[in-house]
Design a binder for this molecule. Structure first.
Ligand SMILES: [Zn+2]
Length: 218
């Protein structure tokens, strides 16, 4: 059961289109797995639409209205990336909004291996300092202790993990920032795929951090 959700401010920013694309992707993926947030987003979007209509009525003259109507007649723009054909395992793991960002099924992706327990695939999405990755953590593994210079969002896609006494499972939206020093421990039984969105690098905090740092450029 999903117990960790984006807060209302994030949902509102998503509904009003105020989020950056990486943040919006993480919220969209969560909402595709979470009925509660999907319906809350619908409510907020309807609310936003009503507010926009009211202000538009006051501002929009005939000329701008015509411009909008003309635009509505334009053909649909081509999708940015053609949807790859995915195998059954990828369709099981990947929420719908994430599929457009991947060129191939999971096994065919160009994974980077960080030690024997973690694999990382960086999405071809470049916005500011954001790093957007699909991660695969081996079942039963403990991650290095680390903290953050910024925000880190982890959206669990398969399996789960325990972190600071909280358990995170499929669909959970885990937002950490500079206040958190943590060491997630992955559930045994199934590898944990996760979408990870960071707006600043990870800082390792354990005894081997100086040794490990060059390898863990997450
Ligand atoms: Zn939710």
């Amino acid at each position: 059961m999903i117990t960790h959700h984006p807060d209302t401010e994030l949902l509102l920013d998503y509904a009003t289109g105020a989020l950056t694309e990486p943040m919006a992707l993480s919220v969209a993926c969560h909402a595709s797995l979470c009925k509660a947030c999907a319906s809350e987003l619908k409510r907020l979007e309807a609310l936003g639409g009503t507010l926009l209509e009211q202000s538009d009525k006051a501002q929009m003259d005939a000329t701008s209205l015509n411009a909008v109507l003309n635009r509505l007649d334009d053909p649909e723009p081509e999708p940015l990336r053609p949807s790859a054909q995915f195998d059954a395992e990828s369709l099981r793991v990947l929420p719908m909004p994430l599929r457009d960002y991947l060129p191939a099924s999971l096994e065919a992706l160009n994974w980077r291996h960080i030690g024997s327990k973690v694999s990382q695939y960086n999405l071809d999405l470049h916005v500011g300092n954001y790093k957007i990755s699909l991660m695969r953590f081996k079942a039963g593994s403990a991650q290095p202790i680390h903290t953050h210079k910024g925000q880190e969002i982890t959206l669990v896609l398969t399996g789960g993990y325990t972190d600071q006494g909280h358990h995170f499972e499929v669909g959970d939206f885990d937002l950490k920032d500079t206040r958190h020093k943590h060491q997630p421990v992955v559930d045994s039984g199934e590898d944990c795929y996760a979408l990870v969105v960071m707006d600043a690098p990870v800082v390792l905090a354990g005894p081997f951090s100086r040794f490990l740092n060059p390898f863990i450029k997450l």
